[in-house]
Design a binder for this molecule. Sequence first.
Ligand code: AMP
Ligand code: ZN
Length: 145
Amino acid sequence: MRDDNCIFCKIANGVIPSETIYEDDMFRVILDLGPASRGHALILPKQHYKDICELEEETAIKVLPLAAKIGNAMKNSLGCAGFNVVQNNGKAAGQTVFHFHVHLIPRYEEGPVMVSWVPGEADPGELTQTGDAIRSALQSEGHIQ
Ligand code: AMP
Ligand code: ZN
C-alpha cells in the first residue's frame, strides 16, 4: 500500500528525487536532508507502514541485514568509526515522518552526535509491576503462554 499524502512514499518510489545510495524492489536508502553526521542515511520501505507496529514480517526481516550492509559501506567509504541504527515510533519517541524508516548515523571519533537518554534508577517493585503489565498484554495478544 502507498499513501498519496506521504512524502516518504513519494521519495521511496522515485516520485520525488533524493540522494539515493541503494535501491532494490522493496527499499530505497537515501541521505537525510537534516543529517546528524556526514552520511546520515534513511532506509525507506517502498510500501507505506506508519511505524514498526504496522511493518510486515517479510519487510521486517530484511531491514537489519540491509542496515548492516549500508553501515559496513559507510565504514569503508567514509571512515566512520561506527554507526548507530535508530528507529523512532510515535511523536513521543521523536518520530516526525509517519512512514516507517530506519536511521543509519555514522559516528566519527570526534563527532558530536548524541543518541542518549538520562538513566533513571529502577525500583525492584516497580520493575515487577511494569513487567507484569507488559507480560499480560503479550499474553492477551497471544504472543506468550
Ligand atoms: P524521524 O524524526 O525519525 O521521523 O526522522 C525523520 C527524518 O527525516 C529526519 O531526520 C529528517 O531530517 C528527515 N527528512 C525529512 N524530510 C526529508 C526529505 N525530504 N529528504 C530527506 N530526509 C528527510
Ligand atoms: Zn508512506
